[in-house]
Write a protein that binds this ligand. Structure first.
Ligand code: NCD
Length: 304
């Protein structure tokens, strides 16, 4: 894989996704207890201007397992942004301390902007409602784990398709994998944005009621309402709890169908679903460490 910043899900080719999955498989096969020195002497910065649990901690774990040192921050309170420092200056500073920066920021385009002020590698850990490419990599990796390939399956994407950046990245990444069909399931106010729909090269349909399509799906991907992205509290109030995956709906799924969720979840999945064999969101979260090890290794590792 060529060394470069990863800003969007289409920054990797299909071949590079395959390469990433097979390297990640190797780390998975050797197990969590193993550690490596591929990134010895490297410093990975985690610049999380916005909250994160899984993305930040799985990148940190991955970097440590590969032998890197990790520095960084979480939230703007403890850093000079609180004193008015602008994003460009913060990024310039960090890049003089690090070999690679994983960043998350509330502004769409923040990660792309960072690549304009530094030559240090940037990985986008989520920028506003725009993209979250490494989550899409994790999502496809989880699908592949169960079905051996993300291709040729029927997907249902349920939830906040307007603001969820994980959905944007997943829909874009799927353009490389020829899904059989994709149902975009949401209340009318939360439909996917035109600029995303215009890039899709596979058959899809927008629907409102999951019960119409549930029995056709191989993969159901659920997201929470992205409360923090709503410009208007009233707009949020109108749609909160406008969809929920119920236990009864899940009983209509194909026997081998799976449910994924990037997490965190709020109220959109009935907790009783966790015990069904369809629920794979915790497996998906566990795979993230191996996938992110694979990615850091390919982007930064001394091959030895
Ligand atoms: C997602 C995000 O930050 O976009 N979280 C994650 O990285 N798994 C999803 C979300 O916040 O809903």
């Amino acid at each position: 894989m060529r060394r470069r910043s990863i800003i969007g899900a289409l920054d990797l080719t299909k071949e590079e996704y395959e390469e990433l999955f097979s390297v990640s498989d190797e780390f998975k096969r050797r197990g969590f207890s193993q550690s490596y020195s591929y990134l010895e002497g490297k410093v990975v910065s985690l610049a999380f201007f916005e909250p994160s649990t899984r993305t930040r901690m799985s990148f940190e774990t991955a970097a440590l397992k590969l032998g890197a040192k990790v520095i960084g921050f979480s939230g703007e309170e403890g850093i000079s942004v609180a004193k008015g420092e602008n994003l460009a200056d913060t990024i310039r500073m960090l890049s003089s301390y690090s070999d690679l920066i994983v960043m998350r920021h509330k502004f769409d385009g923040a990660a792309r902007f960072a690549t304009e002020v530094t030559d240090t590698l940037i990985i986008n850990g989520g920028d506003g409602k725009h993209e979250h490419p490494t989550q899409a990599m994790v999502d496809l990796y989880a699908v592949r784990e169960v079905f051996s390939s993300p291709s040729n399956l029927v997907y249902g994407i349920l939830g906040d398709l307007k603001y969820a950046r994980t959905v944007n990245s997943l829909l874009r990444a799927l353009t490389l994998f020829q899904p059989k069909f994709v149902y975009l399931i949401s209340p009318p106010q939360l439909r996917a944005r035109r600029e995303i729909l215009d890039t899709l090269n596979y058959p899809y349909k927008e629907v409102q009621d999951i019960n119409e399509v549930i029995s056709e799906l191989d993969v159901l991907y659920v997201t929470r309402i992205q409360k923090e992205r709503f410009a208007d509290e009233m707009e949020y109030e109108k749609v909160r709890e406008s969809y929920e995956l119920t236990y009864e709906t899940v009983t209509q799924m194909k026997r081998d169908a799976i449910i994924l969720h990037p997490l965190p979840r709020v109220t959109e999945i009935d907790r009783r679903i966790d015990k069904t064999p369809h629920a794979r969101y915790f497996m998906q979260a566990n795979l993230a460490v191996y996938l992110r090890m694979g990615l850091l290794y390919l982007l930064l590792g001394e091959k030895k």
